[in-house]
Write a protein that binds this ligand. Sequence first.
Ligand code: FES
Length: 101
Amino acid sequence: MDKPKKVKVSVDHRNGNHVSEERYGLSLMAMAMKGSMPIEFDCKKADCGICILRVKDGHQNLSEKTHDEKDFLMAMKADENERLACQCRVFGDVHFINEFG
Ligand code: FES
């Protein structure tokens, strides 16, 4: 049996960069819950915006925006590179900037 594919998730925080190797297709929320990805969550349903991240590279490796995520980001006048981490699954290497954390 093939080993599950791994992806590299990198986040630039104000106090430094965090890099983690994760299972293909895992959600950012699952990474945070198992302690490998320091991202803050609150509502977990595209309602509060605390988990917003800017995608520096690899946006094509993220799941499509959910309907709720699109609605929230449009209301916030967010730009195309901003995503809600609570709504994202990762299918390839990606590099984020956390401008608030
Ligand atoms: S945790 Fe509230 S929008 Fe993501």
